[in-house]
Design a protein. Structure first.
Length: 296
């Protein structure tokens, strides 16, 4: 079951653009030369996409779009929605159409579905690990270039939350910004003067002394970088609810529970998107004939 309270939909233009890029990369100038040489035009086939390992599904819309971009004749019956947990062997979708279409779109569809489901699956493991605490699991900008919107969507499918989307939608003052600005206070003051009242400001700190300095200013969140759980607990007490607290740096499945028990509001985990293992999925033909439809 999807544990996230508000799973958004992927915008169609983002889905179509990603699928188009992937298909262009795969087909090149000559198209699917193996399929076109070996499979008769007009031959009909039915297939299923099924999980070969347990996990959380994400990216159904991309898989569906891949088949439809190759051939308009394809019929797809979705059995499992994004955000749902599956066991090994669970059928995720049933597909019918020209055999050439199914074979040509297969890898692009599975690449997207497997990659995003892997992210959702890993995210769910982190979310489950902190269950019962106040901490929310959030992602980072450590995403695959060009696929950030999709990967952040997958995090939501796994029950996690999104940090800023990019450099444009929130201020995050990090250690190098502080050095370049001449200190914590000047950096915060400059940011506050430059951005609108709707823009959130977060500041990264490495020590409790830095945190004390930050709390003399008005900020929306503090990023507690690479602090041990005991130090995080002290930081939470210093903040005392005046802003959000985010733990970041070196968090793993083995340590995330202890980090959460420090009382922080957010735990950002780069591994959700940069180290997730692709969920093993497969597409298999179940019938091939001249014509037919998917049976209900």
């Amino acid at each position: 079951m999807n544990s996230h309270p508000s799973l958004p939909s992927l915008p169609k233009d983002i889905v179509d653009a990603a699928v188009r890029t992937a298909l262009n990369e795969d087909l090149g100038l000559a198209g699917d030369i193996t399929t076109n040489a070996t499979v008769p035009a007009g031959a009909f086939a039915q297939a299923v996409i099924a999980a070969r390992k347990p996990g959380v599904i994400a990216g159904i819309a991309l898989a569906e779009a891949a088949f439809q971009a190759v051939g308009s004749d394809v019929s797809i019956k979705i059995e499992i929605d994004d955000g749902k947990t599956v066991k090994s062997g669970t059928v995720i979708a049933r597909i019918a159409g020209e055999a050439r279409t199914l074979l040509t779109a297969e890898r692009v569809a599975l690449n997207f579905l497997g990659r995003l489901s892997g992210i959702a699956t890993l995210t769910r493991r982190y979310v489950d690990a902190v269950a019962g605490t106040r901490a929310k699991i959030v992602d980072t900008r450590k995403t695959t270039p060009g696929l950030r919107a999709l990967e952040k969507y997958a995090v939501r499918c796994g029950g996690g939350y999104n940090h800023r989307v990019g450099l444009f939608d929130a201020v995050l003052i990090k250690d190098n910004h502080i050095v370049a600005a001449g200190g914590i206070s000047p950096a915060i003051q400059a940011a506050r003067a430059a951005v609108g009242h709707m823009t959130k400001i977060e500041v990264e700190v490495d020590t409790l002394a830095q945190l004390e300095t930050v709390m003399l200013q008005k900020v929306d969140c503090v990023l507690l970088d690479n602090m041990k759980p005991a130090e995080l607990s002290k930081a939470v007490k210093i903040v005392a609810g005046r802003c959000l607290t985010e733990a970041s740096g070196g968090v793993s499945l083995e340590t995330v529970r202890e980090v959460a028990e420090s009382g922080v509001d957010l735990i950002s985990v780069g591994a959700l998107t940069h180290s997730a293992i692709v969920l093993d999925l497969g597409l298999d033909f179940i019938a091939s004939r001249n014509q037919g439809v998917i049976e209900a």
